[in-house]
Design a protein. Structure first.
Lengths: 646, 321
């Protein structure tokens, strides 16, 4: 047994020498070594964000090619197989490689800053999550670029995905790639959950958490529960394909519907996992521009959790037409209708915040507030599909395509772009250009609605989804042409966004610490923040530490300039789960190659499995084992110390 | 805008679709009204902001705690709950009314969905009254038709929007659905679960006709193919038996395979290749010669017949009325 090393952290004020000392402890090594070995959550967060935006651009280009094919009836720009790979890869890219990782990126960057911590709970796990995300993204795209992209849609129903009907490598790439990516999602989620309950600043009790943290935490807990289902499903599919097992093969007693249950018991909660954190961005960002706190904080936080809990009970609404008993359908139909209510809480809270506040119109505000309308449109179309008889007509038509794009673009892309306008100054020290921002917003908003609002009608006129071409039935041609034009305008809007980001990196107006006069902890540090985030660990007394002078608090004031110094090593404070009482000094790891090595080892393993080259898979396994050994090797400086009361 | 044959907002000809239609309109109307109200409130809320702050200087506007505002949420929830409750109850009532197949159907069909066409078997207690056709389903007006759905390869979905919503055809299980046409007419159906290359071209038609016409149609379908009457037709029949017969069946001849649509009365059908082409001699010739250009990836190989062989084959096929 090691001796407990009781130590009370020194309380003090910031000073130049203190900052210099922290910098020497926390700064990532320069050059390539630092690039490959960093565990700084801010660098990792930005990597996630950049990578996810690249995938967004790629997925968008895929969509544009499809929209050219669909611009008129009976066009033959693409062969059926090309079209099928494109729509499948588009779905895979947007849902798995953009929508979730972009939120992980923002959360990785922002969480420690929002929570008053110096890093995530497990910095190396954070790095591992990114490297696996990157490697699995490259793995999946290696398939697409060699003509072996997924060709069975993102939800990949069997038996079409089985070897009998799909003999190429397409589905092996997809199945293994998804298992691979699932590791990244899982370790990331575990890290968020522990971070939320462990590394908050003293006083940052659960009722003071920013809604973004509520959203990401809820989504992360859901991911821990549901990602195993989909990883299992893809693993079983790979077993069916490679070893002739019969999990999904009806000829051998398997069940095609088993796939659908495993997939959607993951898939529907996942939909909430990729919108709740984005809703959190709006809940935190919108009030800043309305110059008041969010209306109904507690209700919004609780509705976030309630949405997720109900979200576990609605997966069968993707399967209303599969011949399940009507009694079962009725239950899931009811749950899918009721889930509207917690979403409505957020909508009314946002509306009231704008109405009762003094909205200042900025580009970020435009993205956040317009999201409310897009959210409602995506919500009511979801409500329509919740009614079983109505869904029997709507499902698998373009109505559903319109619905899911309102959900994913409306409730993910719009908040994310708004969040970029909002937090870019914090990340880079420069503001995005507001004038270009208006152009960016209006082209995206108009383009999106021109593309997808008429698409509801396309669906109501009966056009099935996932068809590579169509006959001109009752206005389909005109509607599809409008959608294709709208998608081009939307793409121009996204391009303007990227241009604005790249331009403003050099030319943007300097932002200072707090350009929006916002209330939360990340705005109390310099832009960009120093590697250690907070020179002294803040003590938090309200939800709005930076607005306390104007809004007051119920108790004492937050202390941002004076607090625990924690500079005798790479340290941050561990606090209790609910009230954030200081509990323990946490020793944080420094730069490490172990995460990268582990990810490379896994990549080698997965490539070996794909090509059925077992020695390669084994070699990958050895690299993984060595990386874990290096990772877990005991180190004196990581020995943790007992209570730190102060 | 003209109505689409697959649209389901304008017309409902079947009992089930008719039960769904008002619920669809109700939920759609509620949805549109909600969007308009929220949009108007959002617009009004934004317009209330400081008008002199077009520059977006956020920090210059003072922060205030402002009214609590949770009444917005409670009132909003209370108002939202009303249409939700109505929809919930209406949904359950409709579901109870149309979900179950009739216990004593007037007609039973076994429909097998295949990549990328529909095999339709007419069931009867009398074996001599059973027959198989493809892609065109005739039913008597008013008859309650039980449809047992099978899939021989991958998942498909059976959908005739004017008559009824979708039911999937899933390998390894038999799903039951039912249709009942209230009026005579031709109703377009379409596979609505993605099933591979030619999911786009997997349509079918339901022809609802008065009982007497249906009986006539059934009698003619039950008949075997007529014997050829010219030399050209005879040569055509030989070719059909020798080549087409590897996959297709023409009852009454040696062409007896069941992997592809039954051709015994192929010329009685309005379309070819599951709705891909109108059925006329020109299209039929083009289809036989080059199906891979017209429906890429489908299971039928190009035939490379000589001109004479093709004209003989057509001469024979045209007798299969």
């Amino acid at each position: 047994m090691r001796q407990p090393d009781f130590r009370t952290p020194v309380i003090g004020a910031d000073s130049v020498s203190h900052e210099a000392r922290l910098l020497s402890l926390w700064e990532t090594s320069p050059g390539l070594k630092g690039f490959l070995a960093t565990v700084d959550h801010k660098q990792i967060g930005i990597r996630y964000i950049v990578t996810a935006f690249i995938f967004l651009a790629i997925g968008g280009l895929e969509a544009l090619v499809m929209r050219m094919q669909l611009a008129g009836p009976n066009l033959s720009l693409l062969t059926p197989e090309q079209y099928n790979q494109l729509f499948s890869t588009h779905g895979m890219t947007m849902i798995f490689l953009y929508a979730s990782p972009i939120l992980s990126g923002f959360a990785n960057y922002l969480w420690p800053l929002l929570l008053g911590s110096r890093d995530m709970a497990f910095p190396r796990l954070n790095a591992l999550g990114y490297w696996i995300y990157l490697a699995s993204g490259l793995f999946l795209y290696a398939g697409f670029l060699t003509g072996n992209g997924p060709n069975d849609g993102w939800f990949n129903y069997v038996p079409y995905a089985s070897r009998d009907f799909n003999p190429g490598l397409n589905e092996d790439f997809y199945a293994l790639g998804m298992v691979f990516l699932g590791i990244s999602t899982t370790v990331g989620a575990a890290n968020f959950v522990v971070t939320a309950f462990r590394t908050r600043a003293p006083g940052m009790s659960v009722n003071r958490l920013p809604i973004l943290v509520w959203g990401t935490l809820t989504a992360s807990i859901a991911n821990l529960i549901v990602v195993p289902a989909v990883s299992l499903a893809f693993f079983l599919l790979w077993m069916d394909r490679q070893f002739g097992t019969h999990f999904f093969d009806p000829a051998g007693g398997g069940q095609p519907l088993l796939w659908q249950h495993l997939f959607w018991i993951f898939g529907h909660p996942w939909v909430y996992a990729i919108v709740l954190p984005a809703m959190g961005m709006v809940s935190d960002g919108l009030p800043v521009f309305c110059r008041r706190p969010l209306v109904g904080y507690s209700l919004v936080a609780l509705s976030t959790v309630a949405t997720m809990i109900l979200g576990f009970g609605v997966w069968v609404h993707h399967m209303f037409a599969t011949g399940l008993p009507a009694l079962g359908l009725a239950f899931f139909s009811g749950a899918s209708i009721v889930i509207t209510l917690p979403s409505a809480v957020a909508v009314f809270a946002w509306l009231a915040t704008i109405w009762l506040g003094k909205p200042v119109i900025t580009t970020a505000f435009l993205f956040f507030s317009s999201m409310i309308l897009l959210f409602v449109i995506g919500g009511v179309s979801g409500f329509m599909t919740a009614s079983v008889p109505v869904d029997w007509q709507l499902t698998d038509t373009y109505f559903v395509v319109a619905h899911l794009h309102y959900v994913l673009i409306g409730i993910n892309v719009f908040p994310v772009v708004g969040a970029t306008y909002f937090w870019f100054p914090k990340m880079t020290g420069r503001k995005l250009d507001e004038r270009l921002g208006r152009w960016n917003f209006w082209t995206m908003f108009l383009g999106f609605n021109i593309a997808f609002l008429p698409m509801h009608l396309t669906g109501l006129l009966g056009m099935p989804r996932r068809v590579y071409t169509y006959n001109d039935y009752g206005g389909w041609q005109a509607l599809n042409l409008i959608t294709s034009i709208g998608s081009l305008v939307l793409a121009i809007g996204v391009l303007l966004f990227f241009i604005n980001v790249i331009r403003s990196l050099r030319l943007g107006a300097p932002a200072g610490k707090n350009p929006w006069d916002a209330p939360t902890l990340e705005w109390s540090v310099s832009s960009p923040p120093p590697p250690y985030n907070f020179a002294v660990i803040p003590t938090v007394a309200s939800r709005h530490p930076l607005w306390e002078g104007r809004l007051g608090t119920d108790g004492g004031l937050s202390s941002l300039d004076r607090g625990m110094l924690l500079d005798s090593g790479k340290e941050t404070i561990g606090t209790s789960a609910l009230d954030a009482e200081p509990d323990m000094v946490l020793e944080m790891p420094g730069d490490s190659f172990a995460p990268l090595a582990l990810a490379v080892g896994l990549a080698v393993t997965f490539v070996g499995l794909l090509l059925r080259t077992w020695p390669a898979a084994g070699a990958g396994g050895v690299i993984v084992a060595l990386a874990i050994l290096a990772w877990l090797w005991p180190r004196r400086e990581l020995r943790e110390r007992e209570p730190a009361h102060g | 805008m003209t109505a689409s044959p697959l649209g389901y907002l304008g017309h409902a000809a079947g009992v089930r679709a008719q039960a769904i239609l008002p619920l669809t309109w109700f939920t759609l109307s509620v949805s549109i009204v909600v969007c308009l109200i929220i949009g108007a409130m959002l617009w009004a809320a934004v317009r209330r902001g400081p008008r002199n702050n077009a520059g977006g200087d956020v920090a210059s506007v003072a922060v205030e705690r402002g009214p609590n505002g949770t009444r917005w949420i409670s009132v909003g929830l209370a108002v939202s709950a009303v249409p939700l409750a109505i929809t919930l109850i209406w949904t359950m009532i409709t579901l109870a009314a149309i979900a179950g197949p009739p216990s004593n159907p007037d007609l039973v069909l076994d429909i097998t969905a295949r990549q990328w066409w529909w095999e339709v078997q007419y069931d009867s207690p009398q074996p001599s009254e059973q027959f198989t056709t493809a892609n065109e389903i005739h039913i008597p007006v008013g008859a309650r038709v039980l449809v047992r759905l099978h899939a021989s390869d991958v998942i498909h979905s059976f959908w005739v929007p004017a008559l009824s919503g979708k039911t999937d055809a899933i390998p390894g299980q038999t799903n039951a659905t039912w249709i009942q046409a209230g009026a005579a007419g031709r109703y377009l159906g379409q596979c609505s679960e993605y099933c591979g290359y030619q999911h786009a071209h997997m349509a079918f038609e339901v022809v609802a006709e008065p009982q007497a016409e249906f009986d006539r149609w059934r009698a003619s379908q039950l008949a075997s193919a007529a014997a050829p009457s010219t030399d050209s037709q005879s040569r055509g029949q030989a070719l059909v038996e020798y080549r087409c017969g590897l996959c297709h069946r023409v009852r009454g001849t040696d062409a007896g395979a069941v992997m592809a649509p039954d051709l015994t009365h192929v010329m009685s059908r309005r379309t070819l290749a599951a709705g891909t082409l109108l059925n006329n001699p020109g299209n039929l010739a083009g289809w036989i010669e080059n199906p891979q250009a017209l429906k890429p990836g489908n299971q039928m190989p190009n035939q490379f017949l000589s001109a004479k062989q093709l004209s003989d084959t057509l001469a024979y096929l045209e007798t299969l009325k």
